[in-house]
Design a protein around this ligand. Structure first.
Ligand code: ASP
Length: 259
């Protein structure tokens, strides 16, 4: 998904106010409880691969900025020309941020068409042996100040995974997500026995009220139950279960196809 210019991750990421691209990513393995993240990394198509490298080949969890880029380069990731990552839509969105459109405001529902944007990308998985994982990758928020790191690479905010509890990936307004530790909150509510979608809805609604934000999340429980909910106007989603693919452009839409 980072390779696809329609998403706000890798190619097609939002731009910083000074016209650059800085991306965040996080990966968690719910079996080993290992994690790796990158913050404000530049000029790479696949930040999630570097996050995985941090998880597997370093003693740390989160590398940011120049250090993250140097770590990636030392492990053979070649930097790309920033123009490879910037799309006409990224430029258009930055221009609208400069015109004074609030950067924390999601596009109006009426502005959204299937051609506009698909946002940050996140993924949660559980396999037949109950192993879970979560991965999230983003270009951040349109027109963010250079150096901003959002919720995505923060464990418990942008994602969480633990085979005993389930896996979550979040998207939305990062400052509110960080303050409410949204991913971990969802996991904790799931642990009380609440169904997955209701757990997400409860935590997102509380976060919106308390921190004046908007968010969406996908989650899977240790039993393989799936939940999707968003308060942002749109969040394209898809899952595969028992040989069928299910997808929608927002949570009211549910299309099912045989694989
Ligand atoms: N949560 C991301 C951030 O604040 C943005 C997003 O999910 O769209 O950086």
């Amino acid at each position: 998904m980072e390779d696809c210019p329609l998403f706000n991750a890798g190619i097609g990421s939002y731009m910083t106010l000074d016209g650059k691209l800085e991306m965040d990513a996080l990966i968690l393995d719910g079996t080993t409880m290992k994690a790796g993240g990158v913050g404000a990394i530049r000029n790479l198509i696949n930040p999630i691969r570097v996050a995985r490298l941090v998880m597997e080949n370093s003693q740390h969890i989160l590398l940011a900025g120049e250090g993250a880029n140097k770590f990636a380069a030392a492990h053979g990731f070649h930097q790309v020309d920033p123009n490879v990552l910037i799309t006409p839509y990224s430029k258009e969105r930055l221009a609208s941020a400069k015109e004074g459109k609030a950067i924390f405001t999601p596009p109006e529902k009426t502005d959204i068409t299937e051609e506009t944007e698909y946002g940050t990308v996140g993924c949660v998985v559980i396999d037949k042996d109950g192993h879970t994982a979560s991965a999230t990758s983003t270009g951040g928020i349109n027109g963010q100040i250079a150096g901003r790191v959002g919720d995505t690479p923060i464990i418990g905010a942008g994602g969480y995974a633990d085979d005993q509890l389930g896996a979550v990936s979040t998207t939305g307004q990062g400052e509110a997500i960080m303050k409410s530790l949204l991913a971990r909150h969802i996991i904790d509510v799931m642990a009380t026995g609440q169904n997955v979608k209701d757990s997400i809805m409860h935590c997102v609604t509380q976060m919106d009220k308390r921190f004046n934000g908007y968010a969406g999340a996908i989650a899977v429980s240790p039993k393989g139950e799936i939940g999707i909910y968003h308060s942002a106007p749109q969040m394209a989603w898809a899952y595969v279960q028992a040989g069928k693919v299910h997808y929608g452009f927002h949570s009211d839409q549910h299309v099912t196809e045989e694989l």
